[in-house]
Write a protein that binds this ligand. Structure first.
Ligand code: MN
Length: 238
């Protein structure tokens, strides 16, 4: 039995995963998996009615075909009447790691980007109430918005950089990366206890307070000190 990806053995062509732009080089960052952290800013946890939990971080995933890059106009997503922006700082993993200690986690970071964890809040909330998985609310086409990746060396240490999300030019989210409940090294160390992290993996690190609904015609922009701006336009529903 053939088990390879040679095209003559496939009944249709294999999907080619998306690759992200990198600042300062024409080369691209091939995306592998998309991990997302829930409730990593205290103010956002409170606005959704949750206690701040320092016990353990939790995660959800987005399918790789959720990715959409800066500059795109996307249709308003299907199946929702309450689609929310969540501006986020995204970590791009550049080397394999399993059970890596937080002190060494910086060594496997390729770079950082601005992102939006687009969320069908009504579907997520309905799932939460019933104790069901969040997938319908969190992974769908264009739900993983991603800006250009800036290499870690050019960005420097993650500190108190400002993260801002603007909707039609109005500031909706405004925080500092120092507001994280779980730091980037802590998240990488924790996640690597459950997965063999691989080059190409992305980690969306959670959103600050101020999430809200998007509408057709909106422009969303995420600005993070030291990173290229992410900008996405929302078009009419399909
Ligand atoms: Mn999020």
């Amino acid at each position: 039995m053939p088990s390879d990806n040679i095209s003559e053995n496939l009944v249709f062509p294999a999907v080619r995963l998306p690759s992200a732009a990198i600042a300062g080089t024409p080369k691209l960052f091939p995306i592998r998996r998309i991990f997302c952290v829930g409730r990593n800013y205290a103010e956002h946890a409170r606005e959704l009615g949750h206690e701040v939990d320092r016990q353990t971080p939790f995660y959800f995933l987005k399918l790789t075909d959720s990715v959409v890059f800066s500059g795109a106009m996307i249709p308003y997503p299907p199946g929702t009447e309450d689609c929310h922006y969540e501006g986020e700082f995204v970590v791009a993993i550049g080397a394999p790691a399993f059970r890596i200690p937080a002190e060494k986690a910086g060594e496997i970071v390729y770079g950082y980007a601005a992102g939006i964890d687009l969320t069908r809040r009504d579907l997520q909330s309905a799932a939460k109430e019933k104790g069901r998985p969040w997938d319908l609310g969190k992974t769908f086409e264009n739900a993983a918005m991603l800006g250009t990746i800036t290499p870690a060396a050019a960005f420097g240490p993650v500190g108190d950089q400002r993260i801002v999300l603007k909707q039609n030019g109005e500031i909706r989210q405004d925080a500092r990366l120092s507001d994280f409940i779980w730091s980037v090294p802590e998240l990488i160390a924790h996640l690597s206890r459950y997965y063999h992290l691989q080059p190409g993996d992305l980690l969306y690190t959670g959103t600050p307070a101020g999430v809200g609904a998007v509408s057709p015609g909106d422009t969303l922009r995420v600005e993070i000190d030291g990173l290229e701006r992410l900008e996405i336009a929302i078009g009419a529903a399909e």
